[in-house]
Design a binder for this molecule. Structure first.
Ligand code: SRM
Ligand code: SF4
Length: 571
């Protein structure tokens, strides 16, 4: 066998590579600039480093023009993302996050598509206190963003409780063990004194001083639920359960959702299964995969720097061979598995050992008190008496998990008192919806998503009702730009923001997350979206076959060509 010589792409390193290189392992001048009271912002270079500490400098885009007119600096504020593997939060941690969002944030919490909390609107002067309080609640924000391995997701499905707790432990172990080793976070935010003299090569044995070329994401799914969209991950693990026991994981590599409008060299891609490993081999697989991306990822062009492009450039077989060389052993042949849905299952279910789980529908993942719906207060009251845990799902919902039989009546009474909903009075379409944050906080948003999708859904639900499709699950996802934070390309109906009020519309993804969508209409507004959906949904109601999902129907009916690989997403 001739071993290929692998190379990273040529080209000058991007500016972010320089910033990381000069940062002294993610320190930069963050400690000093966070103390500076003259501006409420921070310089660009430090903001790049800030991401590795779980935060972004943002400004309130609703106020941008007005402040510009008044010659004021933008309304700077920070977004903070918590690292919370598997999305598991204790009731005590919930109360801390709630309290922090009232004191220092904008009074809301965002449950993200990667199972964690985001807070928005934190002023520079309150950042350190906020991070310290999060730390005292035994959580952190390390590596929640940045060119490193991110929050590791795992299935939050409450049906298979014993397997859930096992995969949760693995996701936690991966997340903890793959953390950057630099003490920068502890020095900047937690006032740890710097210890001089650690030899350079020991600071970051796996990442090295330049960290990764781009973010890296890992998720663990437990079939038949693909709630975490395992094929959208850079590295996905699919739990294989035999006779009720977890025997290991199929390994899938090279997924990702982001792309740039009009640039066909960028595309969403699905991870491909390359073999099977035992649970105790999982860390080794993750570490060696990450080092391949570290060594061969594109450090010149950031929009082509994700692992999916490295895999497509080098070839799946070559990457697998390289992985096995680095492991010193071979993956076993992949085991059979079957997914039948993504999304969450709502309401009460009984788990093992007399424990109950309630999945709550949280529209757009936003925890807040609305005029007629005291969601945040209700959850606060539940957290005060709950003795189990909360699980944030990959679909921006929430599971009040591990409720004992004795506590169930009390929790149910609170659920009822505050009208907390399992979403069953909504259409199945709305229950299967996701929207990214977008405006007003996301600096990259080209159009609304979270703030607009609910009103669009009100109108689509009329069409759904006209066609008798109220209980038909159809995944629908909207993002404010093509970065795909709500995994738009895996929605059976997807919208990507193009300009204010304008979206590209995508159709044809598979309900179980195994096929990407394709563009159906470009740059359309609400009226056109509704008239297109009126025709499509009425045809679906009349012409679908027994059990056929909408994403499959549009392909069988010849309305859409199937996307068979990310590389033909644009054709
Ligand atoms: Fe994301 C950037 C929000 C999940 C792909 N994402 C951003 C930023 C930080 C904007 C920025 O760079 O300035 C957004 C902050 C908005 C705000 O105001 O809060 C943002 N992403 C989110 C969240 C909060 C969306 C949500 O509504 O839940 C999700 C937080 C996840 C978490 O807890 O870690 C979120 N982002 C995702 C996902 C979904 C996933 O990972 O399962 C994706 C697609 C999967 C992938 O990574 O390929 C995703 N976000 C991106 C990208 C495109 C990356 C690429 O490969 O091109 C960007 C832009 C970038 O990195 O340059 C981005
Ligand atoms: Fe912002 Fe775009 Fe992500 Fe939405 S998809 S949160 S608009 S980066």
């Amino acid at each position: 066998m001739v071993t290929k010589i692998l190379k990273a792409p040529d080209g000058p390193p991007s500016d972010v590579e320089r910033i990381k290189e000069e940062s002294d392992y993610l320190r930069g001048t963050l400690k000093e600039v966070m103390q500076d009271r003259i501006s409420s912002g921070i310089p660009d270079d430090d903001n790049r480093l800030m991401k590795h500490h779980g935060s972004y400098l943002q400004d309130d885009r609703d106020l941008r023009n007005e402040r510009q007119k008044q010659k004021l600096e933008p309304a700077y504020q920070f977004m903070l993302r918590v690292r919370m593997p598997g999305g598991v939060s204790t009731p005590e941690q919930w109360l801390v996050m709630d309290d922090l969002s009232q004191k220092y944030g904008n009074g809301t919490l965002k449950l993200t598509t990667r199972e964690t909390f985001q807070m928005h609107g934190i002023l520079k002067w309150n950042m350190k206190k906020t991070i310290q309080t999060i730390h005292s609640a035994l959580l952190d924000t390390i590596a929640a963003c940045g060119d490193v391995n991110r929050n590791v997701m795992c299935a939050s499905n409450p049906y298979q409780s014993e397997i859930h707790s096992e995969v949760y432990e693995w996701s936690k172990k991966l997340s903890d063990d793959l953390l950057p080793r630099t003490r920068a976070y502890h020095e900047i935010w937690l006032d740890e004194e710097r210890v001089a003299g650690t030899p350079e090569e020991e600071v970051e044995p796996m990442y090295g001083p330049l960290y990764l070329p781009r973010k890296f994401k890992i998720g663990i799914a437990v079939p038949p639920s693909n709630d975490i969209d395992v094929f959208s991950q850079d590295l996905g693990f699919i739990a294989i359960v035999e006779n009720g026991k977890l025997i290991g994981f199929n390994v899938a590599i090279g997924g990702g959702m982001g792309m740039t409008h009009g640039d066909t060299a960028t595309y969403p891609q699905l991870a491909k299964v390359i073999g099977f490993c035992r649970p105790e081999q999982m860390y080794d697989v993750a570490e060696k995969t990450i080092t391949i991306q570290r060594d061969y990822g594109n450090r010149s062009v950031r929009k082509n720097a994700r692992f999916k492009y490295t895999v497509d450039r080098l070839g799946l077989d070559t990457v697998k061979e390289e992985l096995e060389n680095r492991l010193g052993w071979s993956l076993e042949e992949a085991k059979p598995y079957h997914f039948d849905h993504n999304g969450d299952r709502y309401g009460w279910v009984e788990g093992i050992e007399d424990k109950w789980h309630f999945t709550l529908f949280v529209e757009g993942g936003r925890i807040t008190d609305y005029d007629d719906y005291k969601l945040m207060t209700g959850l606060r009251e539940i957290a005060k008496v709950h003795t189990g845990e909360f699980r944030l799902t990959a679909n921006q919902n929430l599971i009040i998990a591990n409720v004992s039989s004795e506590k169930k009546a009390e929790i149910s009474a609170l659920i009822e008192q505050y009208g907390l909903t399992d979403g069953k009075h909504h259409s199945a379409l709305r229950r299967s919806s996701m929207a990214c944050v977008a405006l007003p906080t996301c600096g990259l948003a080209m159009a609304e998503a979270e703030r607009y999708l609910p009103t669009l859904l009100d109108k689509i639900e009329e069409i759904i009702d006209e066609n008798g499709l109220r209980e038909q699950e159809i995944t629908i996802r909207m993002t404010g730009c093509p970065n795909g934070c709500a995994r738009h390309a895996l929605g059976e109906i997807g919208f990507i923001g193009k300009a204010p009020g304008k979206y590209n519309m995508y159709l044809g993804a598979a309900f179980d997350g195994s096929r990407l969508s394709k563009m159906y209409r470009e740059n359309i507004g609400e009226a056109e979206i509704l008239s297109e959906l009126r025709v499509l949904l009425s045809r679906y109601a009349k012409e679908r076959e027994e059990g056929e999902h909408f994403g499959d129907f549009v392909i069988r009916a010849g309305i859409m060509k199937a996307t068979t690989d990310g590389t033909n997403f644009h054709n």
